[in-house]
Design a protein around this ligand. Structure first.
Ligand code: GLN
Length: 310
């Protein structure tokens, strides 16, 4: 485990080096996301024992988007078990963009993993609860428990996404036609859209990730939030699919399980040690934040955090 001085130096250095990067572009297929200031950039590290190190815009609340898929996965995997999840959703990369319909068609309707939109909507359809409200209470309750305080939906994001989520609704119906949707497809898509619209800061995200780094226990409260046995499956899913079809290159270069969102967040986990969250809106062609990836890659290499480098 690096010293807190080394951690602080690496985080500050990453912020300084990459704040000037101008590559990439905010997501605009969700109109709200195009309006978020592109120069925002924050990095937060939370260790498995609850120490926090930050640089830049770490309190700005942005849309969690696809990183929410990780926490819904946690809820469902703890409920139905890793084997059932693998049967109903899968654990393999699709090799295609995160919202690909072709990927569904090529695999007999199976979404293949919980981090592409198809697999995420199917995962959300498995959330326990007797009504959409009860399911929502479980989803937001799970995310809030991980953050250590009550998280809220950004209603503007939710409206913007709901007005434009016809493609995701189409995916949900397609899954239904193949038997891979486990509740009403429109209700599941709406819950999924809401979970993507939850506002988090980089500090929140790092705290949430630190639960995975600490084998399922909250680093501050000490409460168990995930069954220990399921943490490795979640990290495996992140490793294989967390950065979409850039996951292989990410792993080769950085060597850390991570999950990204089109809101500009990236969350990486160093098992047993810490979580690193970075946020900056401009994305590359895969939908991953340019500055956030550069920052995490830099910190990982400075501190030799690569899980394959040990
Ligand atoms: N809500 C977004 C969508 O469904 C999330 C995608 C992402 O972050 N990659 O398209």
């Amino acid at each position: 485990m690096p010293s807190s001085n080394a951690l602080r130096a690496a985080v500050n250095d990453a912020h300084q080096q990459f704040a000037g990067l101008t590559d990439g572009k905010n997501a605009d297929y969700i109109p709200y996301l195009a309006t978020v200031p592109s120069n925002l950039f924050g990095i937060a590290v939370v260790t498995a024992t609850g120490d926090t190190i930050t640089a830049g815009d770490v309190d700005y609340a942005f849309a969690i988007e696809s990183i929410s898929k990780l926490f819904t996965l946690g809820l469902v995997i703890d409920d139905i078990g890793a084997d059932a999840l693998r049967k109903k959703i899968g654990a393999s990369p699709t090799g295609m963009p995160f919202n690909s319909v072709q990927a569904i068609e090529l695999h007999g309707g199976k979404p293949l993993n919980p981090f592409v939109n198809a697999g995420a909507i199917a995962t959300t359809s498995l959330v326990p609860g007797s009504s959409p409200d009860a399911k929502w209470a479980n989803i937001i309750g799970e995310m809030s428990a991980f953050a250590g305080h009550e998280l809220k939906v950004n209603e503007e994001v939710y409206k913007s996404e709901s007005d434009t989520n016809q493609h995701n609704r189409g995916i949900a119906w397609l899954l239904q036609s193949y038997g891979y949707m486990y509740s009403d497809p429109i209700a599941a898509t709406d819950l999924y859209t809401r979970q993507c619209s939850v506002a988090v800061s980089a500090k929140d995200l790092a705290t949430m990730g630190a639960v995975l780094a600490a084998k399922g226990v909250h680093p501050v409260s000490g409460k168990r939030l995930l069954k220990e046995a399921n943490v490795r499956e979640m990290l495996a899913e992140m490793t294989l699919n967390g950065m979409y079809d850039a996951s292989g290159d990410w792993l080769y270069q950085v060597g850390l399980p991570a999950k990204s969102g089109v809101g500009g967040g990236v969350l990486a986990v160093v098992p047993g040690k810490m979580a690193i969250a970075a946020f900056s809106p401009p994305l590359d062609n895969y939908g991953n934040s340019v500055r956030a990836q550069a920052a995490i890659a830099h910190i990982s290499s400075q501190l030799k955090l690569d899980v394959f480098g040990a």
